[in-house]
Unconditional design. Structure first.
Length: 230
């Protein structure tokens, strides 16, 4: 067998696995079937996906994030308000999924205590991808609160979507609109508190939170040049 590029092998294995997931879940059975159908050396397959089917599920989720980001980048969102951009991005992310059963099986997998941290990390990653795609430039504590809030909204919407049998998933989109409205109301209350009497009482903690910064690229790593302060 000729050695295909790493990314091509990943895509082939993901595509093959997705056909088995509705029946066997993100399981070792699915992983072995995908490896056999793609005629990939099991050693190579495990090098790409050390945890087997679990890492396949992780890659499938991240693939969806990448497809969403690419689709949003190709669209003109400049006329949309922030809430409209977020709502649109969540819809795009869900509509990318080819089969709800594949997502349902992934949700079941990442609900297990052993893999729950991985599941939470993936949801956070999706929220980060959405905010990044719509042009978020926050660099303070808002970077974290935006992603934490959207993680909750996205996670709840996915669960609702998985059980939604309405035509065109209209019930899901109505649910999403309500969740976004709740967030917007919370943001308004937070701003009123910050600018009101309570904000003065909380000035110390608020100043401390103001020193929190968004993650930045690692510095002082081998092979990197740090520009001197000027």
């Amino acid at each position: 067998m000729s050695q295909a590029p790493r990314d091509d092998l990943k895509t082939r294995l993901l595509d093959a696995a997705a056909l088995h997931v509705p029946f066997d879940g993100w399981s070792e059975t699915t992983f072995e079937a995908a490896v056999a159908e793609c005629d990939v050396d099991p050693v190579v397959a495990h090098a790409l996906f050390p945890r087997g089917a679990v890492d396949l599920a992780v890659a499938f989720h991240k693939q969806g994030d990448s497809l969403m980001s690419a689709q949003l980048a190709a669209q003109d969102l400049s006329e949309m308000k922030i809430r409209e951009k977020i709502t649109h991005a969540v819809r795009v992310r869900l509509e990318i999924c080819p089969d709800r059963e594949v997502v349902r099986r992934g949700s079941t997998l990442f609900a297990l205590p052993k893999y729950a941290p991985t599941g939470a990390e993936l949801i956070w990653g999706t929220a980060d991808a959405i905010w990044t795609a719509i042009g978020d430039t926050s660099e303070d504590v808002n970077w974290y609160t935006k992603r934490a809030t959207l993680s909750g909204v996205y996670g709840a919407t996915v669960l609702y979507w998985l059980g939604d049998d309405s035509e065109g998933h209209e019930a899901t989109w109505a649910f999403l609109d309500r969740r976004i409205e709740n967030v917007m109301q919370f943001e308004k209350v937070k701003a009123q508190m910050r600018n009101g009497p309570l904000g003065k009482l909380m000035s110390g903690p608020l100043q401390a939170m103001g020193r929190i910064r968004a993650p930045s690229p690692m510095r002082d790593m081998p092979g990197q040049w740090r520009r001197p302060n000027t």
